[in-house]
Design a binder for this molecule. Structure first.
Ligand SMILES: Cc1cc2nc3c(=O)[nH]c(=O)nc-3n(C[C@H](O)[C@H](O)[C@H](O)COP(=O)(O)OP(=O)(O)OC[C@H]3O[C@@H](n4cnc5c(N)ncnc54)[C@H](O)[C@@H]3O)c2cc1C
Length: 480
């Protein structure tokens, strides 16, 4: 054994299965002390006036930590809960318990790396060793066919190179047992505090909501089981993934992936099993393809560091954005007068989730139609999304904002064309915008096209019961 006591600091790797950090600690330490530290900085208010971590994600995080604690208790351990800045609290706790090493998973974004660095310095100054492990991607960084600083800027090139030149490592099994120091050494493992501790209220799901996600590894496994095996949906994923309504048009694994309640490698292995036992087709490949997008944004974040958060992005674009708080507020609250945009924003506000199609559309509307600073949109998503992932969020926002990795110059989404492709009958809009429910069919997407008499008959008054559209919306004919 390399160490007598190892403290394992959990971050966005809240699982026992396929957790290299934990596996190595169990192999190398006589006693293991799993720890989660709630960092109050993550719950602060941003300068735009909303919380950095909103209630949906905070709730999901608490559930995930609670589930991890239960999993440890089942195998003879526990999860110690700390509160404070991890770079101080974690080494202090390690010192107090006589742990001589801290193991943790590597992160790539700037804030997280600053914390890592400070934690390592504090630990070393107290004679505590630190070991960190790369584990949140499908492809391990050490297996890539290029150094990270040479990660291709165009996704297709990246994907082709990794698919050709790189193997996916097998996952690590869940430990069956853990050697935990016990009550004599840790009499109190700490309490999991409610949301109100962080100034947040529990958000009741909206009546229209179909999104029921519970945090934690157990729920992630249940979702995988249900999506792949019980409902047998994977075989049609490529055809359904651009849907808008319901739990089953896409995998909905993103909240669990973001907190590491499940690893992309274990999803990949389940895809391979499904391909053997059920069917192998375009859809089964496409889920892996999307996981490669996730890897890509993680490596781009590592390659470009702080630039992914900067206004000019990785292309160093000039600042040509507006900072109009009223327009931003209208976008945030789903009151732009453009039904497809508003419906998506209202869904986000009510559930903490939005489909990929919706995210692209509302992001494009904010930056292209309203001309608002793309980083404002990214920060709002950071607060609201239950599946917020620093690399995927900022990478996708840069992409839509035209300051990232999209080789195309103008990524404008024509709203009515999108609506006619993805919500032809207007059902999605009808679900989220009750003020317009009386309008039948596709007309609900363009209430401004209806005559005053028709609107009056339907008891809709644009500018009163529903806003006039902000921005000039290209007519449908022009879209083709
Ligand atoms: C502006 C914008 C912001 C976004 N912010 C986030 C975010 O904070 N967190 C997040 O996980 N995804 C983000 N995405 C990507 C994508 O919208 C979500 O991953 C997807 O909608 C989650 O639903 P799902 O799990 O059902 O996805 P599925 O379609 O089932 O895909 C499976 C998995 O592949 C990954 N994936 C799929 N598409 C992408 C993508 N474009 N980029 C990166 N990974 C992808 C996700 O991990 C997802 O869970 C964003 C996209 C846009 C356009």
């Amino acid at each position: 054994m390399k160490y007598d006591r190892i403290l394992v600091w959990f971050r966005n790797d809240l699982r026992l299965g396929d957790n290299e950090t934990l596996t190595r600690a169990i192999q190398q330490g006589k006693k293991i002390i799993p720890v989660y530290c709630f960092d109050s900085r993550q719950f602060k208010s941003t300068s735009l006036g909303f919380a950095k971590t909103g209630a949906f994600r905070a709730q999901f995080l608490l559930e995930s930590v609670a589930d991890l604690r239960q999993s440890f208790q089942k195998i003879g351990g526990d999860l110690v809960i700390l509160k404070g800045n991890p770079e101080q609290a974690v080494p202090e706790f390690a010192k107090q318990l006589g742990a001589t090493a801290i193991y943790f998973s590597k992160e790539v974004a700037a804030e997280e790396r600053q914390v890592d660095k400070a934690l390592e310095e504090n630990a070393f100054s107290q004679g505590i060793a630190c070991e960190s492990f790369w584990q949140s991607t499908l492809y391990h960084k050490d297996d890539l066919p290029f150094p990270i600083r040479q990660t291709p800027e165009v996704f297709t090139q990246f994907r082709k190179e990794v698919e050709k030149g790189c193997k996916i490592r097998p996952s690590f099994p869940s430990p069956k047992q853990i050697s935990y120091p016990g009550k004599a050494v840790i009499p109190d493992a700490g309490e999991l505090l409610p949301l109100t501790t962080y100034g947040l209220e529990y958000r009741k799901q909206a009546q229209q909501s179909w999104l029921y996600v519970r945090g934690g590894e157990s729920a992630a496994q249940e979702r995988l089981q249900s999506y792949f095996w019980e409902k047998d949906l994977l075989k049609n994923y490529k055809q359904t993934r651009n849907g808008l309504i319901g739990m089953d048009y896409s995998s909905k694994l993103s909240p669990w992936l973001a907190l590491g309640c499940i690893s992309p490698r274990s999803i990949y292995e389940e895809v391979k099993r499904y391909e053997k036992e059920r069917v192998k087709n375009d859809s089964t490949y496409w889920l892996v393809f999307e996981l490669i997008w996730r890897d890509y944004f993680r490596l781009i974040a590592k390659k470009h560091g702080i630039k992914i958060f900067s206004l000019g992005g990785i292309r160093n674009q000039q600042d040509a954005w507006r900072r109009d708080k009223d327009l931003f507020e209208a976008w945030k609250s789903g009151q732009t007068g453009v039904p497809f945009v508003d419906a998506n924003m209202r869904e986000l506000n009510a559930t903490g989730f939005m489909s990929n199609r919706g995210r692209q559309l509302v992001a494009s509307f904010l930056v292209n139609d309203l001309g608002i600073d793309w980083t404002w949109g990214a920060r709002y998503f950071e607060s609201l999304l239950v599946d917020y992932d620093v690399c995927s969020n900022w990478g996708n926002w840069m992409y839509v904002g035209g300051v990232g990795n999209d080789p195309r110059e103008n990524r404008y989404f024509n709203i009515l064309r999108q609506a006619s492709t993805y919500d032809k009958k207007g059902d999605f809009v009808r679900l989220w915008i009750p003020e317009l429910q009386a309008i039948s069919g596709f007309d609900i997407h363009q209430p401004w096209e209806l005559s005053t008499a028709t609107l009056r008959n339907l008891k809709i008054q644009l500018g009163h019961s529903y806003p006039h559209a902000l921005g000039k919306i290209p007519a449908l004919e022009k879209a083709y």
